[in-house]
Design a protein around this ligand. Sequence first.
Ligand code: 4NP
Length: 167
Amino acid sequence: MANQQQVKILFVCLGNICRSPTAHGVFQQLIADGEVAQFVLVDSAGTAAYHVGKPPDRRSAKAAAARGYDLNHLRARQVNASDFQCFDYLLAMDTENLFDLQQHCPAEHRHKLRLFLEFGNLGQESVPDPYYGGRDGFDHVLDLVENAAQGLLQHVISVHRIPKPDK
Ligand code: 4NP
C-alpha cells in the first residue's frame, strides 16, 4: 500500500522515554503479527526536548521486555510542526500532554488530537507519569497501554476499513 494511504499514528508524552515509547512498541508489536502493519505507520514523540536522541528509560525498557516488547531501538524526539500535518492521530498520554499539543496545533488539524486512553476501557483518562516512581508505575503504564492498544486497533480497523488480521 502506498505511504500516503497509511493510517499514521503518533503517541505523545512529555519526555518520549517512558510512556509514548511503551505505547509505540506495544502497538507496533500488536499490529506486526497480521497484515495490519502495512496499512499503519507508528511513531512516538515528546512535548519536551529534555531527552532528545536518548533510548527509552531503562526501567520502561525492562518492564516492557518482561512482557515481550523490545523498545531498545527507539530514540526520543520532540513533536514538531510537521507532525500535525503528517499524522492522522496524535494520541496524548495525559491531559497535560494533550493541552500542550493543543497550544501548538493549527486549528485545521486539532481534530487529530486525542487522549490515547479514550480507546481503553479501564476507566482512566491519563497514563500516569512513572518517571519519579517505582517499578509498579512502569507495570501500570503497560497495563493501561496494552488495554488501550487493543481498542485502538479495533478502531483503526473499522474506521479505516483495514482488512482484519487472520487470527
Ligand atoms: P515520559 O516520562 O513523559 O513518559 O517519557 C518522563 C520522562 C522524563 C521526565 C518526565 C517524564 N523528566 O522530567 O525528565
